[in-house]
Design a protein. Sequence first.
Length: 418
Amino acid sequence: MTIVALGINHKTASVDLREKVAFSAEQLDRALQQLTMQDEFAESVIVSTCNRTEIYCSLESGTPEQVLQWLAEFHRLDIEELAENVYSYDHNEAIHHLMKVACGLDSLVLGEPQILGQIKQAYASAKKNGGVGVLFERLFQRTFSVAKQVRTETNIGASAVSVAYAAVNLAKHIYGQLNNTSVLLIGAGETIELVARHIHQHSPKSMTVANRTLDRARNLADEFAAGVISLAQLPEQLANADIVISSTASTLPIIGKGVVEQALRTRKNKPMLFIDIAVPRDIESQVAELDNAYLYSVDDLQAIVNENMATREQAAEQAQGIIATKVDEFASWLKSLDSVDIIRDYRNEVTQTKEQLLERALSQLASGKEPDKVMVELANKLTNRLMHAPTKAIKDAAEKGELGQLAQMKKMLGINQE
């Protein structure tokens, strides 16, 4: 049995190719069902996200090249082009790669937590379609456990490593809780969308999106039940905001010192936090000179991000140590499943039991005990010893409702087999 991991990600392939190799929800079930029907693929799980597509297989007789061939045929791609952009691991390296991915160590943003949920979903889909057996059940459950341990015992996810996330963390650090704050987001691009997603999780009292194009602002605002205003409305609406986060493509500042002065007078000098993520700047630097106006630029946030990234990189080294230990443990368990070793160990255990009981029986005969009674006792004790382990396993499986395992043990023990 060989465990193989084959895939492409943001490091090895362009967005164009990653899109072609990705599996839609409709394709995923069909792909998993195809894999389960092929004799060489014993178990299969497909992980497909915007940044990676990976196929994990336990192969009875196949090779990584056959996995690649199947992937190319499924998506109707040129196998040579695909081969130039894929990576492939087997045995312990495949196990290590899976655990590394689940811990966020192979992600575009080091330590991001979303990938673990995506792998759990991939495992659930594979299990639903018959792609998960005893081996992958244990492998993926062990992987989830490792990811949890890494999150608990290291700082891999403790610090903000994107400017958008750092902006929200800064606001939270200053205000403590954001549920009593009014937030104004200026712009409607990708960065502001990320800010909106992060800040929405903290349930602010209100959120408003200001943009030059109102339709684009509405598309973003509708997702978060936010209000919408135009840039022309900023002077009259600015006083309503406790937190202002701006990221536009404007070549000139959108908010000047005078507008902020007026807003502070309207607010009776209640403090305002300004976070300017734009380059060039959206907010005049002179705003920082005003009392009760606190301005942070993208450079301030980048310094926080750089410091936090160094912390995550240290945590990643700790995580690699944890993963290495768990890979060795899983490899030891996998080795213990070798049929030759199982047969040898079982034979040794049965032989040892036989010799112990036979020695006792011969001793009883030598002491003059009736042969009939000695033979009956030997037969009973030998039967009970040999039945003990399978009987206990059957009871445990029955108590847990593991019908599949019960059926497997019934087959293994030859019960009612024609």
